[in-house]
Design a protein. Structure first.
Length: 291
C-alpha cells in the first residue's frame, strides 16, 4: 500500500486527511437524455450496510451516519429477509448489518437473486488503486527533499502558503506527500519539516514557486495542471445536477486533475461522460457486474 498523506481543499486553514486531467478546456454540461435502463437480466454484486427503520424498508446505504443505531438511506433492496441475513443488529426500531449482496438492478432498486453473505468476512482488501497516489511529481532536488528555511518550515507557514495558493485564479489544488517521513504515529507524521507540499497551477509555475518560497521554507513541488480547481468544481456541480439521485457522491482529485462521481451502477455512464467531458470525470460504481 502507498504511504498516505493529505489532499488539500481550499480555502484552507488546516490540512484534511485524504478520503477522492485530460487535454483541452473543460466542457460545459448540457441536458441529456436519461441513462439507458439496466439490463434486467444482468446481476450485480457489492458490499453495503443494509438498514431498515420505521420510515423505510431494507435499503443499501450510500453514506452511514455513525450514530447508534446508525442512520442512512439509499436504494431499496427487494426480496430482503432478515432471517437470511447473518449478524444483523437491532436497536431502537432499526435493523442493520454489513453484507455482500447480489441481485438485478432496475435503475432504482436492487432485487436479490442470492441470499446475502456477511460482508466483513467476504469483502476484499482495499486495492492500491483505491488509494490516492500522493507522490510528488517533481524530480527531487540534489540531495533529496529537505527544508530550505527552518524559520518558515512551520505549520503556520504551511497554512499561509496554502491560503496564498488557493487565492490565485489559476490554482488547481494541493496535497501533502509524506513519503519522506518514516514516522507511523499521527503526531510525528504531521511534522511540517518532513513533508513535501505539492501545489498545482495552470499558469506561470516559476512565478508561483517564487511566491510560495517567500512564505514556505519546507520541501516544495509546484507542478502544472490542465484545469483549475474552480473548473473541476464546476464540472462536478454540472454532473451532480445532471445525474440527480443517480449519484451518491462526488469529489475532485488534484493529483489527477479529475472529478470522481460515485454511483450504484455504471450502465454506460462512464462512456457517456467521457464523450461529454473528455475523460475528466471518473465513475466509481458500488455494484459490479457479475460475469
Amino acid at each position: 500500500m502507498r504511504h498516505v498523506g493529505w489532499i488539500v481543499a481550499a480555502p484552507v486553514a488546516a490540512l484534511l486527511l485524504a478520503a477522492c486531467g485530460d487535454e483541452g478546456a473543460p466542457v460545459s454540461a448540457s441536458p441529456s437524455d436519461a441513462p439507458p435502463s439496466a439490463d434486467p437480466g444482468q446481476a450485480y454484486t457489492g458490499f453495503f450496510t443494509v438498514l431498515e427503520n420505521a420510515e423505510h424498508g431494507p435499503q443499501l446505504c450510500s453514506t452511514v451516519l455513525e450514530s447508534h443505531p446508525p442512520q442512512c438511506g439509499g436504494p431499496d433492496v427487494l426480496g430482503w429477509n432478515w432471517d437470511e441475513a447473518p449478524d444483523a443488529e437491532t436497536a431502537n426500531g432499526v435493523t442493520w448489518g454489513y453484507y455482500s449482496v447480489t441481485g438485478t438492478w432496475d435503475g432504482s432498486a436492487l432485487t436479490l437473486t442470492e441470499p446475502p453473505l456477511p460482508g466483513a468476512a467476504t469483502s476484499p482488501m482495499v486495492p492500491d488503486d483505491a488509494v490516492p497516489d500522493l507522490t510528488s511529481p517533481c524530480e527531487p532536488p540534489a540531495g533529496g527533499w529537505a527544508v530550505v528555511d527552518a524559520a518558515t518550515a512551520t505549520q503556520a507557514a504551511l497554512d499561509a502558503a496554502l491560503a496564498h495558493a488557493a487565492s490565485r485564479p489559476d490554482y488547481a489544488g494541493a496535497w501533502v506527500d509524506q513519503s519522506i517521513n518514516p514516522a507511523t504515529d499521527e503526531a510525528a507524521m504531521n511534522d511540517p519539516t518532513k513533508l513535501v507540499l505539492n501545489v498545482r497551477f495552470t499558469g506561470d509555475l516559476e512565478q508561483h514557486e517564487a511566491d510560495l518560497r517567500a512564505i514556505w521554507g519546507g520541501a516544495l513541488c509546484v507542478s502544472a495542471a490542465e484545469h483549475t480547481e474552480q473548473e473541476l468544481l464546476a464540472i462536478q456541480e454540472d454532473v451532480l445536477t445532471e445525474l440527480g439521485e443517480l449519484a451518491s457522491g462526488a469529489g475532485t482529485d488534484p493529483t489527477t486533475g479529475t472529478v470522481s462521481v460515485d454511483v450504484f451502477v455504471d450502465d454506460g455512464l462512464q462512456e457517456r461522460l467521457d464523450q461529454q467531458y473528455g475523460g475528466v470525470v471518473i465513475v466509481h460504481a458500488a455494484l459490479r457486474p457479475v460475469d
